[in-house]
Design a protein around this ligand. Structure first.
Ligand code: OOB
Length: 549
């Protein structure tokens, strides 16, 4: 089939100033490696080693590469052209890795959606990325993604092609993809954008994060050294594979880069993961704090042999020192705290750090060239040990989001620092201690929820006069979401409002955990209160009341 001409689209770029490019190359961070380049190399060098295990599938490095090339050729034969963006929404199955590697091989650009996302989020990614295709599995966790695919095509007709792992119905089966391998392109420019990751979304909708081959490969190559990932490692993907943490810190890409084995757990809980740890001899896994506590408890009672585990990484949300102690005691292996973000910067405690640092800090940056500023509200650096806003730039931190001038104006300083939105303290040795967020988002067990986004959906309800969404401390989740709602003439029931938010086509984790009705939002003497101050007041009042009762 002839490829139709690609309609004009916003180009994908991620550009650092020339002096930084020169510096990062000279320091050996950016080596000109690419995804297809390193995957081909490993397929040659480690051909018969097991690369990916999941369900009934065990692929060697040679088989993973062959699968990737078959899928790549099939994508191009179906009419996609290099440079096209493809929304990928797959769970922890080997096909996820093969599809993504196939897209890289064809110079197509994956846009990663999480399995929890629903039509509103997926349509937003497809529009923002100007995607031409969508890849899903027929079902996952009881949900039929083909239904979502139909809705997506109805809302965003530019998504002309849908590929399905499993029973494809009217769509194209990934298993049936094939094409001319000789028509596959050469390796891409290492400075080009390899994929679009999605942001946690601190204000409004998630933004798209263009990451280059050079910058991303550096981040997981360097992570491998810090996390002790080598060819004999076995890395378990327990969190959703599309998230940056299990993907690259060091994640399954780090493991594949090292020639190690990647094991995909269908779910994050001990019931799914423990048998795999015992069977495959898993050495490293990344978890969010509530899961780590769950694992630590379950480890005491399990009959499965977990003695192969060397490093348990915990990140995505704050692990408080007492929880850290419980994780170490329960799992009996080395704990590594990971404080990272899809935009770039990742901090790790080091495997040989003293206990005190591992228990009480979120680590220090990967790179000697990660520049970290901790500043007050006016941008003036604060002393070590004081809390301030974390700003950063470096060899794997983006300089801008895709297709979002307004967000870029807010999120980046004139000299290219990314405003993380996190409040931190820097302590001795450059270690960071996360103190909270400056922007209003809820970190619900590592899943980020924008207050503004949910308020918008609540306000669309005819019986909601106004709404403010805040985070409330939660013993298990770290934070849960609470919506303060001023009802209209008739007061809706909380369950109705929750169903309303779900019905707006959002991921279930964004549905408010709690709804509190109030008559009015108080204002200060000044009269005019910013949304942020308002949220802070509501939250403080609510917490004081809880304590008093
Ligand atoms: C990871 O990435 P994102 O993009 O989902 O979320 C980033 C945000 C950070 O800005 C921070 O607010 C929070 O998540 N966060 C933590 C944390 N790790 C992430 N807050 C406190 N303590 C931690 N250890 O979540 C992510 C990406 C790569 C590796 C690890 C996590």
């Amino acid at each position: 089939m002839r490829n139709p001409p690609t309609p004009p689209r916003l180009p994908l770029r991620q550009v650092w100033p020339a002096d930084f490019v020169a510096r990062y190359r000279a320091a050996g961070y950016w080596r000109g490696e690419t995804f297809p380049g390193f995957l081909r190399d490993r397929a040659l060098r480690f051909a018969d080693d097991v690369a990916v295990v999941g369900g009934d599938t065990r692929w060697t490095y040679a088989q993973l590469w062959a699968e990737s090339e078959r899928i790549a050729a099939g994508f191009l034969a179906s009419g996609l052209a290099p440079g096209d963006r493809v929304v990928v929404q797959l769970g922890n199955i080997p096909g996820f890795i093969a599809v993504v590697c196939g897209l890289f091989r064809a110079q197509l650009v994956p846009v990663y959606a999480l399995p929890a996302h629903r039509i509103t989020e997926v349509a937003h990614f497809a529009r923002k990325a100007e995607a031409g295709a969508y890849v899903v599995a027929e079902r996952d966790g009881g949900f039929d993604y083909r239904t979502l695919a139909r809705e997506l095509q109805a809302q965003v007709p530019a998504v002309a092609r849908v590929f399905v792992i499993g029973d494809a119905q009217e769509f194209v089966a990934v298993d049936a993809l094939d094409g001319d391998r000789d028509a596959l392109p050469g390796d891409p420019d290492p400075q080009s954008v390899a994929f679009l990751q999605i942001s946690g979304g601190s204000t409004g909708l998630s933004k798209l994060i263009p990451r280059t081959h050079d910058d991303y490969i550096y981040s997981f190559r360097a992570s491998n050294d810090i996390c002790g990932i080598a060819r004999d490692s076995v890395y378990l993907v327990a969190l959703p594979a599309a998230h940056n943490f299990p993907m690259s810190s060091p994640g399954f890409f780090g493991a594949l880069y090292a020639g190690a084995r990647v094991v995909l757990s269908p779910g994050p809980g001990p019931d799914a993961a423990f048998p795999l740890i015992a069977r495959e001899g898993v050495t490293c896994v990344g978890l969010v704090p509530p899961l780590a506590l769950l694992w630590a408890d379950a480890a005491a009672k399990t009959a499965f042999d977990l003695s192969s585990l060397r490093v348990v990484q915990v990140g995505g949300a704050k692990l408080v020192p007492e929880a850290a102690r419980r994780v170490v005691a329960g799992l009996g292996c080395t704990l590594q705290q990971v404080f990272g973000m899809a935009e770039g910067l990742v901090n790790y405690t080091r495997l040989d750090d003293p206990d005190e640092l591992v228990l009480t800090t979120q680590g220090r940056p990967i790179s000697p060239d990660d520049e970290v500023l901790v500043v007050d509200d006016h941008g003036t650096p604060v002393a070590d040990g004081e809390t301030g806003h974390l700003l950063t730039r470096g060899p794997y931190t983006i300089r801008g989001y895709h297709n979002d001038d307004a967000a870029n104006a807010r999120a980046f300083t004139d000299d290219g620092y990314y405003r993380t939105g996190d409040m931190v303290q820097r302590v001795a040795g450059g270690y960071l201690v996360v103190q909270g967020r400056a922007t209003d988002h809820i970190n619900r067990a590592g899943e980020k929820i924008s207050a503004e986004e949910i308020e918008d959906h609540l306000l669309a309800h005819p019986q909601v006069f106004d709404a403010a969404v805040v985070s409330i401390p939660d013993a298990f989740l770290g934070e849960r979401s609470c919506a303060f709602v001023i009802p209209g003439d008739a007061k809706p029931r909380p369950a109705e409002l929750k169903a309303w938010v779900r019905g707006r086509g959002l991921a279930a984790f964004k549905v408010p955990d709690q709804i509190v009705f109030v008559d009015a939002f108080g204002t200060t003497a000044v009269g005019k209160v910013s949304r942020r101050e308002l949220r802070a007041q509501l939250r403080a009042g609510f917490l004081a009341e809880q304590e008093g009762s």
